[in-house]
Each structure stands twice: as C-alpha cells, then as structure tokens.
Design a protein around this ligand. Sequence first.
Ligand code: ADP
Ligand code: MG
Length: 415
Amino acid sequence: MSAELILRSKELFARVFQEPANVIVCAPGRVNLIGEHTDYNEGFAMPFCIGKYTVIAARRRTGATCRITSAGVPGAISTFPGDSSLSPGPEGDWTNYVRGVVFGMLPMLPGGSCAFDAAVVSDVPLGSGLSSSASLEVATATLLESIYRLGADPKGKALVCQKAEQTFCNSPCGITDQFVCACGEAGHALLIDCRPPYATESVPLSDPRIALVVADSNVKPQLSGSEYPDRVQQCKDACAAMQAAGHSEVRHLRDATLSMLETVARSHALPEATVRRARHGALRPGDGISEDQRTLQAKEALKACDYAQVGRLMFASHASLRDDYRVSSPELDALVEIARGVPGVHGSRLTGGGFGGCTVTLLSRSAVPALLAAFEAEYPKRAGGRTASVFVVRPAAGAMLLQQGAGAEPLAGAP
Ligand code: ADP
Ligand code: MG
C-alpha cells in the first residue's frame, strides 16, 4: 500500500468537499493463480490480492444523500440517494459499482439509509482484468462498515458486492474477486470453495525463492459483449442436459463427472461447443483432470513448496482455457509461450475472465530479470508492435479500515 495513494485520497477529498476526510479505507486488486471460470459453477478458485489498491477518503453525513468523486473520472461529483429510492445510474456509469453496494447494505444500516461524501483514488489498472471493479465495490462496503460501525463480516460483504455487480452493473460475475478482495491475507493465496457456505483456506505464498509476475497484454478484455454470459449459459445448458439424462444430482458443473458428460454428448443432446466448455468445468475422473481438480492439486503442491507441479498445473489450466473454454487471445497465448521458454519459469496462464487482460507467471526469483527481458524483446514481435506492462506482485492484504478520527489518523497496525 503506497502512502502516497492515501495522501492523494485525502487531498482529493479536501479539494472537492472543502473539508478534511475523517475515514480512509482500502481494498486491493487481485490475481487468480488458478481456478478460472469455476466460481459460477460452484467449483474452486485460488486467487491472491496484489499490492495495488482502491483507497476511499470519506466523511459520514446526516440525511440520505451520497456524494462521490473519483480521480479516475476527473471533474465530476456524482450524487445519489442513500435510501431505498436508490436505483442504477446510466449503463456504464462507474458509480453503479458504488450504488449497488450501498443499495445492498441498506438493510444493515441504522434507519435503512446512509449519507456520506467520498473521494476515490486507485492504482489498480481499470479494465485490465485485475478487478478494479471488485476493489471499488469492496472498498465501498468497507467504508459503510466503518462509518456505521457494523461488525466485520468479510464473507457477507463479498456476497453483497457480488450481487451489486450482478444487479447494478449487469455482469453475471462469480464470487472469486469480491471474496479475495474482502478476505485475502498478506503472504497467502486464498483457496475458495465457491459452493455455499463458501469455505476458505489461506495458503502460504511468500517463499523468497519464488516470484510472481503479472504481464498485462494491453488488450482490454472485451467482456461487454456476450462472451462471458454465453459461457455461463453453456455451463447451465450442460447441467440441464445431464439432469434430463437422469443425473438429477447435477445442479452445477461441480457435480458432474466426465462420464456423465460423455453419455450426454454421445446422444447429441448438446452442441460440441457446449461439451467442450463443460469439459473445462466438470470433474474428470480417469483420463484427465478438470480445472477444479487442478486447483485443488495446486493448493496441495503449494503447501508442499512443489512449485514445478504448481507450474505444470498452471500451464495445463491455460491450455484448457485456450482450447476447451476458448477464452484466451493471441496476445495472452504469446505471453504464456514466451514465459515457457525462459529457464526458471515454473508455469504461466491467463488470469481473470480472458479475451485480453493479463497473465500470471510463477518462477524462481533469480529468473525474474530473464523473464522481463524476454517479454520486452519478444512480445512486440508477436503482438503487432504492442508492448506488455509487466510487474512483480506479492500476495497482499485484503480490504481494511486504514485511518479514522478527526483528521483521519493512522490506526495502530495499519500501513
Ligand atoms: P476490471 O474489474 O478488470 O478492472 P471491469 O470492467 O470489471 O474491469 O471494471 C472496470 C470499471 O470499474 C471501470 O470502467 C469503472 O467503471 C469502474 N471503476 C473501477 N475502479 C474505479 C475508480 N477508481 N474510479 C472510477 N471507476 C472505477
Ligand atoms: Mg471487474
């Protein structure tokens, strides 16, 4: 967490609202190490928070009006009601992430309403697949939790944020991003069982012998189209077909086996494309493994410090996302192949929804300079002259209250 970011949030607040802020909260961006497109199938994911944060400087008000500004959207102050008359703003409006969270938390607030002024700054790149959206949502929820002194409930907060993105931002997102933003721990990845009641396990990921590198392809994910909802629908269609074939226990792909899927595929009840999507998410005993099994195996390998095995699983995850789930892009494939050629790299894969965005690479710390040099030399050749934005990340802490009090003094133990 950069001290400069906190300072910038206070300055923005003071400039816009002509008064000092008296509460500062933050929530991080995230990278998913493995377990992609599994959450909405009630499977497993293993993300971690990165040391890039959305910071909100704020002040509670009386009444039921919320005012918010963001350094990322210069000039504008948005105003919306902090009571049950609150509705989404125009489609694509950035405040919908905030409005959705406020709306979802109203029942927990005294009198069912709230009022605040808030200024947002962030060093999470927007729209690059590092989940600036979940970071903004969870920071908003943490703000309300702090100014109304609600008891801490990270999982409940994550669920409110997911619903906010689904209902106010029209995105059928899973639970991974909001969960890790709210519950992540420094130095750890978070294994999430995405089936209610959402069991989690913190998995140590701070071995000084290894490093994690994020490479942004600098192609923005084009998820505003139907690609993501189509995948969600294909997974549902596969489950419905298995149920119709007598496998009533298949409520989600989490419940399916490969042989069930094969029976349905042989009867031509499903298009070939749907079968391939389901193969990524279904449990696959016998002749191969699915993303869920890779994720659980990666957790065990991480705990045993078997990074070569984690890396193999990451490469296999990428191949499945590229070939069966079809969410990769030529640029993401290029980044993964460049990483594969560097000695000391254990594994690499696309991270996030796909169709652009970032890759994550696990490697020996000593191999970092060679990887950076390879991305710099090779990526432009394979990506039409485009360069990648590359940075080393360390698993960082999840959302927190940073400062509170008259002049927003740092809390004991806060960075
Ligand atoms: P990602 O979550 O991968 O960054 P999304 O498209 O899901 O990409 O979310 C990006 C959107 O979230 C932005 O276009 C903007 O509407 C909103 N957003 C996130 N952070 C901020 C911020 N600091 N200021 C204003 N809007 C933000
Ligand atoms: Mg997002």
